[in-house]
Design a protein around this ligand. Structure first.
Ligand code: MRU
Length: 341
């Protein structure tokens, strides 16, 4: 297990690694309320599609622990209110809503007063976290089958232990290959504007002793042209029924360039990332973040004062560019429906 991005603190708070501070400082924060969990998700202190789902489920638990003794109807009303708050922190990753939906199902189906329901919610949040850990491992095992020995992998954003409850999604096959003594090397896109690649993926891989090289986002096309990349592995925040998927801005460009150069392009995600209610990617809500994340870096302006900037946090990659989807249920192809495969 490379790193634990989230856990329960001994006092029952949600313990996170503050990912804004990495790699400069390793700061652990104990979040004592649903509001502070919601704020940590908004600010990307916790991030990555599976991890924000886990955090939201745990946030619901800390947010309701003080009203455990309330009558059932009052307790359930508070669950619904906090669930709305947590669901509305970030719009693109479906895992967030998936986890809260699972929690709501447990709350409604558990008979008894607030204390009984709260205990079940606590167990369910822990189960969501543990299930994700197991899903990551299965994604890793399925992903190993497409990873040649000695592979040069190119990846984008952070899809590792810092983005999940386990060893990650797109990074999971890489962790397993390394664990099994297979040779693997990773080119890591820095991932503008918030640098999840350079700050987080490089931090994880360097800690794990996995050979890796940081590149600017703009260098990826040249490396593919020079035949230095054997496979592109990325994660996803939402996968539609037809296989179009949203992931960190820049993923679409990588997919087009990979196709142009004949490089296999895989998307790795747990089944909780599939939103079969959306027929195609045009319907995915794309988070627009503050322009200041583009015009300011590490507290210093990198554009003139008053410069306008656009900051879509995600893009949509059409399914036709995807060689295959590596999921906990195996290597799959669209179309996807609830009951697949
Ligand atoms: O804005 P972020 O850092 O939460 O974006 C994360 C990504 O885009 C990841 O690639 C995606 O969530 C998959 S994480 C296993």
């Amino acid at each position: 297990m490379p790193i634990q991005a989230i856990s329960w603190s001994p006092s029952g708070a949600v313990r996170i690694i503050d990912q804004r501070a990495l790699p400069e400082a390793e700061i652990t924060r104990d979040l004592e309320s649903a509001e502070s969990v919601a704020e940590a998700i908004r600010q990307l202190q916790v991030r990555g599609a599976p991890l924000i789902g886990i955090a939201a489920a745990m946030g619901l638990v800390v947010g309701t622990r003080d009203i455990r003794t309330a009558p059932r109807s009052e307790f359930l009303a508070r669950v619904a209110e906090l669930s709305d708050l947590l669901a509305n922190t970030r719009p693109t990753a479906i895992n967030l809503r998936w986890a809260l939906h699972r929690m709501a199902g447990v709350a409604q189906s558990t008979l008894g007063d607030g204390a009984v329901v709260w205990e079940r919610l606590h167990a369910e949040a822990t189960a969501i976290w543990e299930d994700d850990r197991a899903m990551c491992r299965r994604i890793g095992e399925h992903g190993l089958t497409i990873l040649p020995d000695g592979a040069n992998v190119l990846t984008h954003c952070n899809t590792g232990a810092l983005a999940t409850g386990g060893i990650g999604t797109a990074l999971a096959p890489i962790y397993l290959a390394h664990e099994q003594g297979r040779k693997v090397h990773v080119y890591v896109d820095e991932t503008r504007p918030l640098l999840q690649g350079s700050r987080l993926t490089m931090w994880e891989l360097v800690h794990a002793g996995i050979p890796c090289t940081l590149i600017t986002d703009a260098a990826a096309a040249t490396l593919m042209r020079q035949a230095k990349v054997d496979v592109v592995l990325v994660g996803a925040d939402r996968i539609c029924a037809n296989g179009d998927f949203a992931n960190k801005i820049g993923t679409y460009g990588l997919a087009v360039v990979a196709r142009h150069h004949g490089v296999p392009f895989y998307c790795a995600a747990p089944w909780s990332t599939v939103d079969s209610s959306l027929p195609d990617g045009d319907l995915i809500p794309i988070e627009q973040r503050a322009p200041g994340e583009v015009t300011v870096m590490a507290g210093r302006p990198i554009a003139p004062e008053g410069a306008a900037a656009l900051n879509p946090a995600f893009d949509v990659t059409p399914a036709r560019y995807v060689t295959g989807f590596i999921t906990d249920r195996g290597l799959v192809q669209p179309p996807f429906s609830e009951s697949d495969p």
